[in-house]
Structures are given as C-alpha cells and as structure tokens.
Design a binder for this molecule. Structure first.
Ligand code: GTP
Length: 246
C-alpha cells in the first residue's frame, strides 16, 4: 500500500488536486483509493472511499459542545486521531494499492499539532510520501516564494517523509512568473539580491538555500490537468524508481 498525503495552506487546492489526479489516474486504468481526513470539509470535489466526516464532523461538534468555528475545527482534527486505527483497517479492506489522502484545510492544524504527525505515521505503510501543495498566486511573489520554501521545509521536519513540492493553479501564472520561480529555486542568489530583508533573516534564508532548501517545484493545475502526468511520474519514481506503480 502506497499512501500519498496532500498537505498545504488553506485554499491551495489540495482537494481539487486529489480530485483531478484521481480522475486522471483512473482514466489511465489505475486502481486508487481516496481518504478524506478533513472533518470540516463542506464540499468535496471527489467521492472518497473513506470519509472521516462519517464519524467526526466539525459542524456537529460545534453544535454539540457549543464551540466557535475555530475551536470546533481544532477539536475535530484532534479527534481524528481516535479513528486512526479504524481508518487503517478500512484502507486494508478497500485494498487499493495507492491511496491519495486529503488533509484538513488549514495546514497548521494538521502539520503543527500532535494529531497530524501521528496520523501520517499511523496511515503510512512501507511507501509513503507528502505532496506539498503551494498556491501559484502566492508563490509568484518574492516573499511568497521564500516563505513557501520555509513552510515546505517545516512540514518535512514535521512529517519526516519524502516530499514533492507542487505549485497548483499554474494556469493562473504567466510564463515569466514560472521562469522567475524556477530561477529563484535554481539560482537562489537572484532571490537573495532582490528580497527586502534585514541581514539576519537574509543570512538564515541564504543558509537554507545553500543547504538545498530551495526546491524546484512541479507546476500543475487541478483545473486544466496540466502537469498531472509529471506528478504521477514523480509518485512512481519514489515508489518504484520509475517502474509503473501497479
Ligand atoms: P480547503 O481544504 O478548503 O482549505 O482548500 P483546499 O486546499 O482543499 O483547496 P480547494 O481544492 O478547495 O480549492 C480552493 C479554491 O481554489 C477553489 O475555488 C478551487 O476551485 C480553486 N482551485 C483549485 N485548484 C485550482 C487550479 O488548478 N486552478 C485554478 N484557477 N483554481 C483552482
């Protein structure tokens, strides 16, 4: 069983990417499963095989415990941990060779609380991977690029899993914006020369870049399907070293 977790800031397009990648893979004849771990999702653009909302719903928790919207989402995400064993069993029953796992909307609730790291460990089999989904509109600015690289690094530290960095919504980027992003990743000095930062922060960023922390992303669009073949290829490379994953 190969588990692929989709992590990213709110609205970056995790659910849309799970939907379009799953459709793309099914069209190619691959057998895949989808797990939704977001107890606060109002609408999902795919039909999950396993849906945490069947057991835990942020909306119900809000009413039952008279919590505000944020507190109920935090409580709900933390409660997902209690279902980890059962989710894993259901995944084994469904028996898909590859699972795409959609995670809660607000990344910090999943990445920076105990529950997220525990769930990733628990639901990971021998092969597992994190797809960090960055938002194209945000990453095209110089500050947006730098902070995305640091957030992706934080989630690598947190989950201790191999990671693929994708920029979703590439359909919204001009060719110039795409080449800027690639340039910043491949030649960090161009970014460091232009970024407006005090010396201390700039030197930290330089260290991160020099240690290979600026990663050239894969550009995809959940909307147009652009780059999905390349994303699948990267998933395969991780799983089998390039052979087909099934
Ligand atoms: P939450 O879980 O709700 O925080 O969001 P998410 O990260 O799952 O993002 P979601 O898939 O809900 O997408 C957020 C918004 O971005 C929606 O309005 C999508 O239609 C839009 N969107 C997602 N992917 C793309 C894309 O590739 N291109 C464009 N133009 N819009 C996109």
């Amino acid at each position: 069983m190969y588990t692929v977790f989709f992590i990213g800031t709110a609205g970056s397009g995790k659910s849309s990417l799970v939907a379009s990648l799953s459709t793309w893979m099914e069209d190619q004849g691959y057998d895949i499963g989808i797990v939704n771990l977001d107890p606060a999702a109002e609408y999902l653009p795919y039909v999950p095989d396993i849906d945490i909302r069947d057991r835990i719903s942020a909306r119900k928790i809000m009413k039952q415990y008279k919590l505000g919207p944020n507190a109920s989402i935090i409580a709900a995400v933390d409660m997902v941990v209690t279902e980890a064993e059962r989710i894993k069993e259901e995944m084994e029953v469904v028996g898909a060779p590859i699972y795409l796992i959609d995670t809660p909307g607000q990344m910090e609730l999943f990445a920076f609380r105990q529950s997220g790291a525990y769930l990733v460990q628990k639901l990971s089999d021998v092969h597992s991977l994190v797809v960090y989904v960055a938002d194209a509109v945000y990453i095209q600015t110089i500050d947006g690029f730098a902070t995305t690289m640091l957030l992706a690094l934080s989630s690598r530290i947190r989950f201790k899993k191999p990671q693929i960095l994708v920029v979703n919504k590439a359909d919204l980027l001009t060719e110039d914006a795409i080449s800027n992003i690639i340039n910043w990743a491949e030649d960090p000095e161009t970014l460091l020369e232009s970024i407006d930062l005090p010396n201390y922060e700039k030197e930290i960023l330089r260290s991160v870049a020099n240690m290979g922390g600026f990663i050239t992303p894969l550009f995809v669009s959940a909307k147009t399907g652009e780059g999905l073949d390349k994303l699948y290829y990267q998933l395969q490379v991780h799983y089998t070293g390039g052979e087909d994953a099934q």
